[in-house]
Unconditional design. Structure first.
Length: 230
């Protein structure tokens, strides 16, 4: 048995950096969603953090925010960018481009959160279909690079779905996982199965700091009728 066959194949799963749509709107496959200034800083910091890890190949979703993140990693290492369509974002269908605050009220939102395996985005795909697409792509890539370390730049939902699959978590529980912008998760594929080596690593614990409480809503004016009802 050759040396590469004795070594595990290590898969680095990297989410793209911050952009102006994160936490506000569902970008999906819309073109022209680029890294923000913060996102570019995150990508540069991630590239530096990866140091001299022996990454032999770098694959990315075709979407701009992923390509820009991947380029920050690839250029200092002289690695070519390899674009793989299957690593692209979930097909959200009619939800693409919508504001999250509106989607929270949609009748399908509970299904997305609690029954993702069977909930289809309007004129889009189910998260179960997206999971199989992502896992199929990753399995092909790791078969191509046995015994090597490869990096894949993709999207939060796709990475969460892949991690759930490889660690044996049912897809209907995948919303319990969090993947922050420009975070890195790593899986080693060994003869006894996949092992999670790193999860949602950002090089900082800032994401653990409690967020400030939201400002209280302005009280509605009290009408004479409601005053009497009291």
């Amino acid at each position: 048995m050759s040396e590469p066959e004795r070594r595990p194949t290590i898969l680095l799963l990297i989410r793209h950096g911050m952009n102006d749509w994160v936490h506000g709107r569902l970008a999906g496959w819309l073109p022209g969603v680029h890294l923000s200034e913060e996102g570019r800083r995150q990508a540069a910091a991630l590239s530096e953090r990866l140091g001299d890890l022996p990454i032999t190949a770098l694959y990315t979703s075709p979407l701009d925010r992923c390509v820009e993140t991947a380029r920050a990693i690839a250029e200092p290492r002289g690695l070519p960018l390899r674009i793989v369509e299957q690593l692209g974002e979930v097909r959200y269908g009619e939800w693409e481009g919508a504001e999250l605050k509106d989607l929270y009220k949609h009748e399908l939102w509970p299904g997305v959160q609690h029954y993702p395996s069977g909930t289809r985005f309007p004129n889009g795909e189910t998260l179960g279909e997206a999971q199989m697409r992502m896992v199929s792509a990753l399995d092909q890539l790791r078969a191509r690079h046995q015994g090597e370390m490869i990096a894949v730049v993709s999207h939060a939902d796709l990475i969460r779905l892949a991690l759930a699959y490889y660690i044996g978590m049912h897809i209907d529980l995948f919303q319990r996982l969090v993947i922050n912008p420009c975070s890195l998760s790593a899986i080693a594929f060994e003869p006894m199965g996949p092992r999670l080596l790193a999860y949602n690593e950002t090089g900082s614990l800032a994401h653990l700091r409690p967020k400030p409480p939201a400002a209280p809503a302005e009280p509605a004016p009290v009408s004479p009728l409601s005053t009497e009802a009291q």
